[in-house]
Design a protein around this ligand. Structure first.
Ligand code: SAH
Length: 233
């Protein structure tokens, strides 16, 4: 196989939801770059590194790269540019390099910026598909997420209650990602359209996994970063 930098999708959080292909590549890698964030009290968190460690892969191979918590674009780009340089150098030195991302690495995944930049820089790259969080979520709830002629729309957290209701009235099943960014809109939609189904998911694939379709409970709940919703008529 041609020497390439592998972008390995980790799946939503349950280590067993990585693909066999992705797992094999991580096992053979010399270095694995994992995204990390700083939380309150300056604690470094990396769900990606936790998944990799749970797969019994040697932790010495893990290199963390820091992403700003608020995903502020300029700071994130600086971090990705620094990662690009490191990955390029490691590849040039003949190392087997993997870069990981949660869920699928090409689905609302800003790491694709580094992938594209490596191509422009003449580096061979390869991406390994993974299970996105919303697919894992629908399995948790046993949903037939779309059936027959139904259409699916994925919205990344920027919407109004009216937009949302309009899509549902048009017959779409709607997945709302980055739910923490549009909590009010979703709550308003619940008020005005109590008949819709509202499936809420949090931390899918982890020991903090939570699912409910009870709107009473949802009104009181804070939506963390790792939450999403599947709505339909
Ligand atoms: N590449 C990821 C998506 C990253 S965007 C994928 O393929 O799923 C980040 C958003 O994804 C979060 O705001 C949240 O809406 C959703 N998300 C990612 N992982 C999640 C999880 N384990 N549980 C619930 N939602 C999750």
């Amino acid at each position: 196989m041609k020497h390439a930098v592998n972008f390995v999708s980790l799946g939503p959080g349950d280590p067993e939801l990585i693909t066999v292909k992705g797992f094999k590549l991580l096992r053979q890698a010399d270095v694995i770059y994992c995204p990390a964030t700083l939380s309150v009290g300056d604690r470094i968190n990396s769900r990606a590194a936790d998944i990799v460690k749970a797969l019994d892969i040697r932790p010495e191979k893990i290199r963390l790269f820091m992403l700003p918590m608020n995903r502020e674009r300029k700071a994130a780009m600086e971090s990705y540019d620094a990662l690009y340089e490191k990955v390029k150098d490691a590849y040039a030195a003949g190392l087997d390099v993997s870069v990981v991302a949660e869920g699928d690495a090409g689905f609302y995944s800003s790491i694709q910026y580094v992938y594209d930049k490596l191509i422009d820089g003449g580096v061979e790259v390869k991406r390994i598909a993974g299970i996105p969080a919303f697919i894992a979520a629908s399995a948790v709830a046993g949903l037939h997420i779309v059936k027959q002629e139904e259409r699916l729309m994925v919205i990344p957290g920027i919407l109004s209650a009216e937009d949302l209701a309009e899509k549902i009235e048009q017959g779409y099943v709607v997945v709302v990602m980055k739910l923490c960014a549009c909590r009010e809109a979703v709550l308003q939609c619940m008020e005005s359209h109590p008949g819709y189904a509202y499936h809420y998911f949090e931390n899918i694939g982890t020991d903090k996994e939570y699912h409910t379709d009870d709107c009473e409970l949802l009104r009181k709940r804070k939506f963390p970063y790792f939450s999403l919703m599947i709505l339909h008529k």
